[in-house]
Design a protein around this ligand. Sequence first.
Ligand SMILES: Nc1ncnc2c1ncn2[C@@H]1O[C@H](COP(=O)(O)OP(=O)(O)OP(=O)(O)O)[C@@H](O)[C@H]1O
Length: 685
Amino acid sequence: MSNRQPVSALKGIGEKTGKLFEKVGVITIDDLLSYYPRAYDTYDEPVHIGQLREQAVMSVASALLKPPDLLRTGKIQMVSAVIKDLTGSLQLAWFNMPYMRSNVKSGQTYVFRGRVVKKGGRLIMEQPEVFTKEAYEALEHSMQPVYGQTRGLSNKTIVKAQKQALEIRQLEREYMPAFLRKKYQLAEINYAAEHIHFPSDEKELLFARRRLVFDEFFMFLVGVRRLKEHREGERSSWVLKERREVQAVKEGLPYALTGAQERALKEVFSDMAGGRVMNRLIQGDVGSGKTIIAVLALLQAAYNGCQGALMVPTEVLARQHFESMKELFEANGIDRTPVLVTGSMTAKEKRLAYEKIASHEADIIVGTHALIQEKVIYHRLALVITDEQHRFGVGQRELLSTKGEMPHVLVMSATPIPRTLAIILYGDLDISVIDELPAGRQEIKNCVVDTGYRSKAYAFIQKQVEMGHQAYVICPMVEASEMIEAENVVDYAKALKKALPETVSVEYLHGKMKAREKNRVMEQFASGEIQVLVSTTVIEVGVNVPNATVMMIENAERFGLAQLHQLRGRVGRGKAQSYCIMVSGNGGKDTMERLDIMNRSNDGFYIASEDLKLRGPGDIFGVRQSGELEFKLGDIFTDANILKQVSEEVNRILDEDPGLDKEEYRELKRKVEQYLGDRDEHLNL
Ligand SMILES: Nc1ncnc2c1ncn2[C@@H]1O[C@H](COP(=O)(O)OP(=O)(O)OP(=O)(O)O)[C@@H](O)[C@H]1O
């Protein structure tokens, strides 16, 4: 069977399940096989209730004394049961799974396995899995994959599909040259592909993973190098001269650019005027002021009679940039027209926007990746700015580039990576670093507290609001599903409303809301109408409301430090003193050590390097760094050594044999072409 067949070719996967797989990006058998576990469960012996630890995933064996109850609060249904042993009692809670009531029978002994949390002084196990004793024993001491799930698609279904896919898959011909496999002790490809899903122990898992990470970096870096070669020295039809009008805008800003911003801007302008195609990355920590560089570059293009496009990863961000640009332009009498293109606009709105773009009535175009749809026809597109390279992938950037006559490309990144790694990962780009924060910023004051501190935190938020400021509260994460997470945010906001005086306006934001709703809430928060915003991490990137001074993060221990840093970066963006309150439900030593890094420093580079020291190379079980440089398996920090090795090898091989024409590279060439071809095809959607 070809691995390119749809997953619905597997037994037991009908149209409905196929659709659910599609939601997580799995269409073919190949996609399924590279849908890697995000964690592995180990099944330890069940413990007594008294031995349960808060926030840990653990198992207890017990019989139910009476059938479970079905409780309802608002839209949430909860099936609840209580189990007891000599050491204590435990509540079992299943949210929105009413069928669990008939799945567990009173009188029978089961093993329940799930995360234990404490609410109102009681221990609760959330969404426990239920096993018969025999079934559990069969799993004990093994490693079981845990996949990213979506509502309706359970881990069990994915595991079953994976097993089937592995059985029927077409084996891959080994493509990594033997000398590389030997030198780096790489597992054979089919072995790796199987054992990443079903390792029998950690050693096997690491062996399989290492091979796949090696490949992942390898293909990526070949892609980067191809891009570089493709573009290097490319003459540009867009020689964009420095314009007086742009200088005037810069001088009219309510602040002076920092030295680092000036440097970056000079490099950008000199690239744009230089007669060659610009391929530049601007790297700068959160809040360092990258946006204004982008805006000035767009104006430079516009005042040279060309178009410039700014592409960002979310609607909220696109709108924010669009609105703030409009404001800036109006305030300064700038006669340039920005236009917005996002997925949630109505067909009519879109058509109008497309017309303005095609007729060149608009010269600055802001949007999400709706910008690269075929229907958008540009006129003299001379500059493309994407603000997070890896949300889009190298290929999409290329695609947008092809919409003009090789426009200049500027990439923005807030990922604090060391220069050595940046040079490898952004090998196709020149790099400008903004390593200085605007003057007058005060250091954010941090604290790490436990949940008992909440009421004090609310009182603090109230005080800040009374002083005219605003606050974010990032809601506890819920692993079970995005749906529950959304409901959780709604409930949290309700409770917070009660805790705060009526005069404080509290609203919520989560990923499941309609784009229009999200936009409305964000606009109201930006204008100060909403004072406290309860949100999931949708708020993470790029949002700029300088009047917000408090960032309160619930369950801070569940986030990677890079993500915490991004979240915290939403405050401290204005002149006022800002605060970050990290609430941790679990005071374990590791957690405290990690959060202490955040407590000590506001510097993204420092945080990344300290985090790495704590986790150590090859630590794949720690909380994953979550940033823009996301690979499926590889982690640029903990796998930095592999990344460096791969970079050396890719360069050496391609220096010697750019076309991979040697016999020993025959299979490698096939794989590389397939990878690059797939990527472009995928991005052409
Ligand atoms: N030189 C400066 N002096 C004072 N304020 C500045 C300066 N440059 C930018 N700002 C302001 O700082 C805030 C943050 O800037 P910006 O939104 O560009 O950050 P960023 O680098 O894009 O950060 P992030 O990666 O977090 O999105 C904005 O309100 C902006 O107006």
